[in-house]
Design a protein around this ligand. Structure first.
Ligand code: NAP
Length: 259
């Protein structure tokens, strides 16, 4: 399917690895020129080159921390007038509800709520002026079904979800859509570190932890960054202009709910 976005320009945050990289690769496959970001310059440049080699689009790599104002300023300077924004950042660490203090919450809010909101505020006005734009936020299945040890993530992402629910309706009339993609367990570095956390907690091996977690997913496996990227590219496509303010689960059926 021609996604109808060839030649457009996208900013994909936190994209040197994992789900962000999957989104960047899928957008590039659709002919979109990219600004990609992550903190570590080496992995970021490797990903930028892999995308250029695979799809021949322009890729600008900006090594910066997207959760800081200075980091966002660098990304925004390179972005210019972007048509597409994919918001992403690392997830907060697991822990216990009684241990988190104000600083832990502020850090989680900065990463998973306030940074994506700041990027939306910076880029969406020009999209509205041009009458076309797409924003996809990578959030988590924990928005629909809480993961108790990820309370910081549950809280911060719920805040972003509330912001998007209202704002997406305010900007839709100008041709800009904002939606959230909710990953269940995907085979990325993040999943490997969560497998290790489960293994340490239960005194089992990471492989046993993975097998145990796979059993909790009706599809019987972890998702892939490629599948995730394809869903993101569709939401960013010319065909998705009527999809507004939605929270789309990609979880192999892991969240057991009717709606
Ligand atoms: P990942 O494989 O660990 O990749 C994270 C990417 O984000 C890397 O490129 C990393 O590069 C970059 N990054 C992290 N913090 C950043 C920051 N402050 N500024 C800029 N770039 C940053 O993680 P993932 O699995 O793709 O997860 C992506 C998001 O989805 C996370 O928020 C995660 O919590 C959420 N999620 C993932 C899963 C899953 O199963 N994978 C499930 C639910 C939710 P640098 O470290 O070099 O910056």
């Amino acid at each position: 399917m021609d996604l109808g976005i060839s030649g457009k320009r996208a900013v994909v945050c936190a994209a040197s690895k994992g789900l962000g990289r999957g989104c960047a690769m899928a957008l590039a496959e659709a002919g979109v020129n990219l600004v990609i970001n992550a903190r570590g310059a080496e992995a970021l440049e490797e990903t930028a080159q892999a995308i250029r080699d695979a799809h021949g689009v322009e890729v600008t790599a900006v090594a910066a921390d997207i959760t800081t104002e200075e980091g966002r300023a660098k990304v925004l300077e390179a972005a210019g007038e972007a048509d597409i924004l994919v918001n992403n950042a690392g997830g907060p660490p697991p822990g216990m509800w009684q241990d988190w203090d104000r600083e832990d919450f502020i850090k989680a809010l900065d990463g998973n709520m306030l940074a994506p909101i700041a990027m939306i505020q910076a880029l969406v006005p020009a999209m509205m002026d041009r009458g076309w734009g797409r924003v996809v936020n990578i959030t988590s299945q924990s928005v629909k079904a809480p993961i108790p040890v990820l309370g910081l993530s549950n809280a911060a992402r719920a805040g972003l979800t509330g912001f998007v629910a209202g704002t997406s309706r305010q900007v839709a009339g100008s041709g800009v859509t904002i939606n959230n993609l909710l990953p269940g367990i995907h085979a990325t570095d993040r999943a490997v570190s969560l497998d290790k956390g489960v293994a340490d907690q239960q005194g089992i091996t990471p492989e046993e932890a993975k097998a145990q977690r796979c059993k909790s997913i009706p599809a019987g496996r972890y998702g892939t960054a490629e599948e995730f990227g394809a869903a993101c590219a569709f939401l960013c496509s010319g065909h998705a202009g009527f999809i507004v303010g939605q929270n789309l689960l990609l979880d192999g059926g892991g969240v057991n709910s009717t709606l």
